[in-house]
Design a protein around this ligand. Sequence first.
Ligand SMILES: Cc1ncc(COP(=O)(O)O)c(C=O)c1O
Length: 340
Amino acid sequence: MRPNEINWSQLGFGYMKADWRFRSFWKDGKWDEGGLFDNDRITISEASTSLHYGQQCFEGLKAYTAKDGSIHLFRPDENAKRMQATCDRILMPHYETEKFIEACKQVVKANREWVPPYGYGATLYLRPFLIGIGDNIGVKPAPEFLFSIFCMPVGAYFKAGLAPVKFIVTDYDRAAPNGTGAAKVGGNYAGSLLPHEIAAKQGYADCIYLDPATHTKIEEVGAANFFGITKDGVFVTPKSPSILPSITKLSLIQIARDYLGMKVEERDVLIDNLDEFAEAGACGTAAVITPIASITHKGKEKIFFSETEVGPVTRKLYDTLTGIQFGEIEAPKGWIFEVE
Ligand SMILES: Cc1ncc(COP(=O)(O)O)c(C=O)c1O
């Protein structure tokens, strides 16, 4: 597939091989200069820690074509910082923020033709990852590491786009109380494949994870954070050390407060008290904002605003967030990083 064959309005969230990817290798205590590679295949040691012990992590962010035709990244510094926090948790070396942003820019520029034009709601999804490589067999940090960023054009993550979808609470846990839930390590996602498949077979978009210690509080909506809008208009999102700190959630907190004048609360969201919400949604880079039609728990279905319509506050949050991301609404200082 070449960029000129892509129907930008029909893009889903699927892999596509763009032309260039960035790679940098860490050896003897330092990263090399790094550079662009056209080969999408990687040859690594069969004894890499990333293959055996899950010493690896990833990030996800997007490049947008703005209304004025310029291309920019949305808060890549936050992705760099989150990757560094993940690296601390599983003993991998940091890839420094400035270099991370520069590498993102290089990848976007080199794959310029793959960046969706303005007007289709489509974006260029960037997938940075950092993995342990090199010869090693004991359970210990790798002797070498690879940092890479590849990319592809994407559309909506959930097929429905900005339409409400249904979720079901799973009995499985995605994270242990003091485990790696707040880190973006691949193992968290391996553990989510089965609960996701069970939910999907029952007709749900994904499953909702409760807190692993008490199974009474909402933690994550599949691979997205949860938010609810109370009947009196407060933006509520769960607070927990085992949730991935979503950059979209962080942004929505500021948007709700500063753009929409809403009160914001980060606190426990009890699964038995969903009646406090008039609207609910899932948020993330891939999901953007996905309205939650309903949550099924222990055989009972709680319907939020509507099974088919998007609630007014969710709509406003979505319009403001995407307006900022596509350069239609002025962004808070420091959110937009111009590529060219
Ligand atoms: C488990 C999980 N929660 C939440 C998110 C949303 O985070 P962000 O808004 O930074 O994409 C993601 C996606 O990265 C995720 O994988």
